[in-house]
Design a binder for this molecule. Structure first.
Ligand SMILES: CC(C)(COP(=O)(O)OP(=O)(O)OC[C@H]1O[C@@H](n2cnc3c(N)ncnc32)[C@H](O)[C@@H]1OP(=O)(O)O)[C@@H](O)C(=O)NCCC(=O)NCCS
Length: 153
């Protein structure tokens, strides 16, 4: 995980001092939502042995990319796939997804999966370029705590 990828991105595990940069990255990429507090999402991930948060540093050591990975013994998941908007289209996203797949593969998980919000359809082209296919499924959920108020007008 630590060697720089072909793109020059160095992907390594998240460390506490990265928090401000990672939260800023997620905000810049539009990945935060009122019901997902980024700091508690990170804390929750770090507590799990079946999940990890990886960050990508550029040559100058600046955190410019992230991916959160997890596995449930059946499938591998990725979340918070993010590249600094000023650094996109340089192969960093490809390197992140490869790192997530390697993390899954190392744990014997046969399939990597991710969810794309319907309004984020533009990233479908990105994942297609990496060999991902759209599988039609109905996603069903239920809140286990009080759901957040819907966004205001
Ligand atoms: C999606 C995202 C991670 C892609 O990162 P990136 O560093 O720009 O991607 P790469 O440069 O590695 O691109 C890899 C391939 O995908 C293609 N691609 C990337 N963005 C694309 C787009 N918007 N439309 C079409 N193709 C795209 C590239 O052309 C490239 O293909 P190639 O290597 O054959 O030329 C980045 O745009 C991002 O952070 N977006 C905001 C956050 C987000 O929506 N994340 C996904 C949550 S599900």
């Amino acid at each position: 995980v630590n060697a720089p990828s072909d793109s020059g991105l160095r992907i390594r595990p998240y460390r506490d001092p990265d928090q401000a940069a990672v939260v800023a990255l997620w905000r810049a990429c539009g990945l935060t939502r009122p019901w997902n507090d980024p700091a508690s999402d990170i804390a929750h991930c770090l507590k799990s042995r079946e999940a990890a948060l990886l960050v990508g540093e550029d040559a100058g050591g600046r955190v410019v990319a992230s991916v959160m990975v997890g596995q449930d013994g059946h499938r591998g998941w990725m979340y918070y796939v993010a590249v600094d908007p000023d650094r996109q289209k340089s192969g960093y996203g490809r390197a992140l997804v490869a790192a997530a797949e390697a993390w899954h593969n190392a744990r014997g998980v046969p399939k990597s999966m991710l969810l794309v919000r319907a309004e984020n359809a533009r990233v479908i082209a990105f994942y297609r370029a990496l060999g991902y296919e759209v599988e039609e499924r109905v996603l069903m959920t239920r809140w286990l705590k009080t759901p957040p108020a819907p966004p205001g007008p």
